[in-house]
Design a protein around this ligand. Sequence first.
Ligand code: NAP
Length: 438
Amino acid sequence: MESKEKDQGKPHRISLTSEGTLSIPDTPAVPFIEGDGIGPDIWAATKGVLDAAIRFAYGDRRRLIWSEVLAGEKAHRETGEWLPEGTLQAIKNHVVAIKGPLTTPVGKGIRSVNVRLRQRLDLYACVRPVRYIRGVPSPMRHPEKVNMVVFRENTEDVYAGIEWEAQSREAEAVIAFLKAKMGVDVAKDSAIGVKPMSRRASMRLVARAIQYALDHDLPSVTLVHKGNIMKYTEGAFMKWGYEVAREMFGEHIVVESESRPQPDGKAQQGKVVIKDRIADMMFQQVLLRPEAYHVIATPNLNGDYLSDALAAQVGGLGMAPGANLSDNCAVFEATHGTAPKYAGQDRANPISLILSGVMLLQYLGWVEAASAIEQAVQQSIADGLVTYDLARQMPGSQELKCSEFAQAVIERLTPCLSRLKAAPTGSKLEATPSASDK
Ligand code: NAP
């Protein structure tokens, strides 16, 4: 299948120009990682939808030439490695990639392949737009008020992978060091984890979030941290966040605590309001006053928790797309994991990965195809054609398999494209970093 495609269109590489912008050919090769668990099902559905949308929008002029790269269980089966060097190199070379979810065993076994991928490619910003699609069942009374983009720091914090098992040689050495050099008592049977948070990584993440708010005319950026307890890590994240806001964006921002409060969180004099919230309180804020928050910049663990909670507010993990961005490449992926109990059953909801594909298309500037997919997804849901997770909450809906849902979306692409051409209002769900954000 893949080789037949190569014969039909010559793949070219996306590249970075010396000005740091993307040079995008009409037939770029794009690496994909199928993923574990439900990965093969949702990837097949996503690929079908992306290919059809590009074909309907651009005819023979444009296409993505998919090239499989291995990671996770499939890589281990075929090469003995979980994350082969060739995969990292291919993603670097092609600048853009898309991946399904990968398994990480809990409490034992290999370290997370996802975390290693993000660290090795320096994909420091995990960007997760959370927006409600009309008709999706939600536990909220007003889910349409949720419209946020989470920028989660992706390389540090307790996810850095620096931890040692209780009573290991390393844990005992650290405990002895803490006692001897720092005068700190830690119980002898403790496991030890390290939470590094650097000024550089915190600042570049916050800078990217503020730039995004400015580019998309959004009223506020909220720094979410637990700095009241973890003063020198999470507290420093907040401090560095304000520092970079003032240093890099001085004319374009106001700091909430230094300005007259605006109850709706709207920008003052066209400026982006920079505010901060303590993480636990933020979980209540996004439930009670979601309309007051627009862009969230936060360390790794807070961002992981918060983006899953926000996804639940708009209908669950099957709905939430994401992108991992460095300064040189971008890897698009669903927010959810491998959902092992649905592996191989063609049942999982592919929307999260399809919308991650939409983010990829927007990143390339292929906005017609991107908007058509968003609208076709919305139309399928409005027609009551959904996978099991939404069907069980939508009386009167028809439960489709994963592949059938993709087909329903494809059937709705052409009418959506015609409507978009007649009234080019742009994407209704657009909340994505584009190549111009670089
Ligand atoms: P999960 O795979 O996200 O699944 C948890 C539950 O969320 C599922 O049982 C299902 O709920 C719902 N769900 C998730 N994706 C769905 C979809 N596409 N369609 C419909 N429902 C969906 O979380 P997990 O069970 O905690 O993690 C499983 C594995 O995935 C772990 O090895 C974990 O490390 C890994 N993981 C990988 C990534 C990644 O690759 N980026 C991210 C997170 C987790 P119901 O059963 O209620 O229907």
